[in-house]
Design a protein around this ligand. Structure first.
Ligand SMILES: O=c1ccn([C@@H]2O[C@H](COP(=O)(O)O)[C@@H](O)[C@H]2O)c(=O)[nH]1
Length: 320
């Protein structure tokens, strides 16, 4: 049996990068050919969109599977479509795992303990893809309801060798509204959540310095990111906000230890829809959307290697 974090580390070492590709299928931005083919096949708009999302994600997975250790499907885009979307999400997760990728489902679940247990059972397959209908290795979790509501997730992480990433300091512009609220001692809410997550990290599946209970910390707040890395030395970080939201490699460098571990950095739109961006649209037309996605993924990998300690993963493997 291998813990979530040891499987993640193995994948990071194999691919020699901590780049994480988010799968955020947005209907209006999908290649027109994929949309038209699905619309011709299905009369029902939700069925057509779900089929298009699945095709787009499967093809994107084929592009990135040789390059990166992990993918992060965003559940919201699938759920928006209703039952057809949920089926597509489950199938995309399974396809990603079958291609050898670590799959982190970004569904930001959380509820009172007994209900949280049901969420955990739904999403946390952990090591055995047959163990849950949405067979993810790990899930993003919302801690707003309190520490007791994280416990069912932690227990299932222990049982199934799964992982969670708890929202600590998110990447959005309004993150401070609640997360920076201070208690009487001057400690912010996000620092209190971080303290809890650090404690929980010691309870599930270790590899090296890190447990299988992780934290989401945005690339868009580099000062807070550096501080949180110090406050949560045993917590693997999932860092969104790189790319489309303006975060860069320098912003995330402090998240990594000297071996290049400790964090994975997500980019979704900038890779999914690279063919629409200024950087790639001229070289790759819409028909070559996969080549554009590959070029954007390779550029991100090179950027992280050159400008963060994650570059150490490359150096070590050359020496080995
Ligand atoms: O703090 C957070 C938590 C989650 N996200 C999600 O990550 C991706 C980011 O997409 P980009 O296109 O790379 O901006 C998206 O699914 C968000 O819902 C986040 O951005 N920030």
């Amino acid at each position: 049996m291998a813990s979530f974090v040891s499987r993640l580390h193995q994948a990071i070492r194999t691919k020699k990068t901590a780049a994480l590709v988010g799968l955020d299928p947005r209907w209006e931005q999908l290649p027109v050919r994929i949309r038209r083919a699905a619309e011709e096949m299905y009369d029902d708009p939700a069925a057509a969109k779900a089929a298009a999302f699945e095709e787009f994600c499967v093809r994107l997975i084929d592009v990135v599977a040789p390059l990166v250790p992990a993918i992060k499907p965003q559940a919201a885009f699938f759920e928006e479509l209703g039952p057809d979307g949920s089926v597509a999400l489950a199938r995309v997760i399974r396809y990603g795992r079958a291609q050898g990728l670590i799959v982190i489902c970004d569904a930001k679940r959380g509820d009172i303990g007994s209900t949280a247990e049901a969420y955990a059972k739904a999403y946390l397959a952990g090591e055995d893809p047959q163990a849950a209908p949405y067979a993810a290795d790990a899930l993003t979790v919302n801690p707003y309801l309190g520490e007791d509501t994280l416990q069912p997730f932690v227990e299932l992480c222990q049982k199934r060798e799964a992982g969670i990433y708890v929202l600590v300091r998110t990447s959005n512009p309004g993150a401070a509204t609640f997360q920076n609220h201070q208690n009487k001692e001057g400690q912010t809410l996000y620092e209190q959540v971080a303290e809890t997550v650090e404690k929980l990290a010691l309870q599930a599946g270790f590899d090296g310095n890190y447990g299988s209970i992780g934290a989401v910390v945005g690339a868009t707040y580099p000062r807070e990111l550096k501080d949180l890395r110090e406050k949560m030395p045993h917590v693997p970080l999932l860092i969104p906000g790189y790319g489309a939201q303006g975060g860069n490699a320098a912003d995330v460098a402090a998240a990594f230890d000297s071996a290049g571990l400790g964090a994975i950095v997500n980019s979704s739109r900038a890779i999914n829809f690279a063919f629409r961006s200024l950087a790639y649209a001229e070289s790759f037309g819409e028909k070559q959307w996969e080549a554009a996605a590959e070029a954007a993924t390779r550029a991100m990998i090179a950027d992280l290697a050159a400008n963060t300690p994650a570059g150490q993963l490359m150096v070590d493997s050359k020496e080995a």
